[in-house]
Design a protein around this ligand. Structure first.
Ligand SMILES: Cc1ncc(COP(=O)(O)O)c(C=O)c1O
Length: 396
C-alpha cells in the first residue's frame, strides 16, 4: 500500500507541475446557459447543451411526469429495468436516424465501448481516426480486433492503409461525425466510398452532430446527403437531447446482436424513467421545431466570425464547437481563468484529452445563447487572446 501511495503521490506531483490536475467544480445551474458560482451568474460557453433543451418546458414536464414511474429502474434492461418509455424512445430514434432499429445504453461512452467490442472480433481490423473520442478508442481496445489508426480526417491515407493492411476477417472504419475537441467533420463521402470499395462496416459517432447538423438535425449523414449510407450510427442523449444515455441505430440484425452480446448493455442497471422521458421530449422538440437547429448553426457562425474578426485563428466549420488553440496547458488554464473573471465559463482542455502542445479553450455555442452575450464573450476572448499573444493567426 505504501508503494502505491508513493507512486500515485509522484504522479499527482507531475500532473500539478504540468498544470493538468483535474478538479470537480460545483456550478449551480440557473438555466440552459448560465450557472451561479460564488454568488455570480456566469455565461456557460462550453457545454454540449446545443439546443438549450435541458430547460425547455416540455422536457422538464416530461421528466417530472415520469417520476410517477419511480426514480430508478431497479434492474438491468434485460431483466426488470426495461420499461415502455425506453422501447418507445428506441423506435423514435431509429425513425429519426432512418434505420430499422436502435438500442439504448446508459451513456454514450457505454454505447461506444459496448457496440464496438460486440461487433469487432479477432481477425478483424478496425481503421480508426487519430482524433476519435476516448470511448471509441476504448471500444477498439476492448474488442479483440486489430486497430489501425489513420491520420485525422485523411481519406487518402486511409485508402493507402486499407489497401496495404492484410485482413483475415471484417474491416471496420470508425470515426466521430463531428470531432468533439476540434469541431470539424469527418470526410464522410470519402469514407462511405472507401467502405463500399473494401466492404468495410462504417461506424459513425454522431454525439455532437444530432440536433446540430443537417436540415432536420439528424446528423452528419444528413448534412452530407448520405442518410442511408452509414450502417451503424452511435450517439448520445447527453448533448442536444438534453438528458443522458447513449444509443446505437442500425439494422435489426445488428441491434439484435448488440442486445445479446454487448457487455456494457447487459451488465448494468438501466437508466431511470425520467432520463428517458426527458430525451423523448427533447427529440420531439427537435423534430417539431427544426428551426432551432438552424438557429444554433447561425449563432455558431456568428461567434466564429466575431473571433476571426478579432484576429484569432479560428477555422471555418458548420458546427458550434469552436476551439481556440493556446498551446501549453498552463496558458490555456490562464486563459480560462481570465475569462471566468469576466463572467464567462469556458474550460481549458489539456492533455491527455488533447495532444501535448495543443491545449485550448473549447467554446461551444447553444441555440439558447443570446446574440449579444455571444458578442460580448467574443470581445472578452479576443482581448484576453491579445494579452496572451494569440491574435494575428491564420484565421485573421
Ligand atoms: C464524440 C463523443 N462520443 C461519445 C461521448 C460519450 O457520450 P456520453 O457523455 O453520453 O457518455 C462523447 C462525450 O461525452 C463524445 O464527445
Amino acid at each position: 500500500m505504501n508503494t502505491l501511495l508513493r507512486r500515485i503521490g509522484d504522479m499527482a506531483e507531475k500532473r500539478a507541475e504540468a498544470g493538468i490536475t483535474r478538479r470537480r467544480p460545483a456550478w449551480r445551474p440557473l438555466d440552459a446557459v448560465h450557472v451561479e458560482h460564488g454568488g455570480e451568474a456566469l455565461l456557460v460557453l462550453a457545454a454540449n447543451n446545443y439546443l438549450g433543451l435541458t430547460h425547455h418546458p416540455a422536457v422538464l414536464e416530461a421528466a417530472r411526469d415520469a417520476v410517477a414511474f419511480g426514480t430508478g429502474s431497479g434492474g438491468a434492461r434485460l431483466t426488470t429495468g426495461g420499461n415502455h418509455l425506453a422501447n418507445a424512445l428506441e423506435a423514435e430514434l431509429a425513425d429519426f436516424k432512418g434505420t430499422e432499429a436502435a438500442c439504448l445504453f446508459n451513456t454514450g461512452y457505454m454505447a461506444n465501448v459496448g457496440v464496438i467490442s460486440a461487433l469487432a472480433e479477432a481477425g478483424d481490423v478496425i481503421f480508426s481516426d487519430a482524433l476519435n473520442h476516448a470511448s471509441l478508442i476504448d471500444g477498439c481496445r476492448l474488442s479483440k480486433a486489430e486497430t489501425v489508426v489513420y491520420p485525422h480526417a485523411d481519406a487518402t491515407a486511409l485508402a493507402r492503409l486499407l489497401a496495404s493492411t492484410p485482413v483475415a476477417g471484417q474491416r471496420f472504419i470508425i470515426t466521430d461525425g463531428v470531432f468533439s475537441m476540434d469541431g470539424d467533420l469527418a470526410p464522410l463521402p470519402d469514407l462511405v466510398a472507401l467502405a463500399e470499395q473494401y466492404e468495410a462496416c462504417l461506424i459513425v459517432d454522431d454525439a455532437h452532430a444530432v440536433g446540430v447538423l443537417g436540415a432536420t438535425g439528424a446528423g452528419t449523414a444528413e448534412y452530407f446527403g448520405l442518410k442511408n449510407a452509414v450502417p451503424v450510427t452511435l450517439g448520445t442523449l447527453s448533448k442536444a437531447l438534453a438528458s443522458e444515455g447513449g444509443y446505437v441505430a442500425a439494422s435489426r440484425p445488428v441491434i439484435e446482436h448488440v442486445v445479446n452480446t454487448a457487455r456494457s448493455f447487459i451488465f448494468s442497471t438501466a437508466f431511470s424513467p425520467t432520463t428517458v422521458a426527458a430525451a423523448r421530449a427533447a427529440l420531439a422538440v427537435v423534430r417539431a421545431e427544426p428551426q432551432r437547429v438552424a438557429e444554433l448553426q447561425r449563432k455558431g457562425a456568428l461567434l466564429r466570425k466575431a473571433l476571426r474578426a478579432g484576429g484569432l485563428a479560428v477555422d471555418e466549420a458548420p458546427t458550434p464547437i469552436i476551439p481556440v488553440l493556446v498551446g501549453e496547458a498552463d496558458a490555456a488554464a490562464q486563459f480560462s481563468k481570465a475569462l471566468l473573471a469576466e463572467g464567462v465559463l469556458a474550460s481549458a482542455i489539456r492533455p491527455p484529452t488533447v495532444p501535448a502542445g495543443t491545449s485550448r479553450l473549447r467554446l461551444s455555442v447553444s441555440a439558447a445563447h443570446q446574440e449579444e452575450e455571444l458578442l460580448r464573450a467574443a470581445e472578452c476572448i479576443v482581448n484576453i487572446g491579445r494579452r496572451l499573444g494569440l491574435t494575428g493567426g491564420r484565421g485573421a
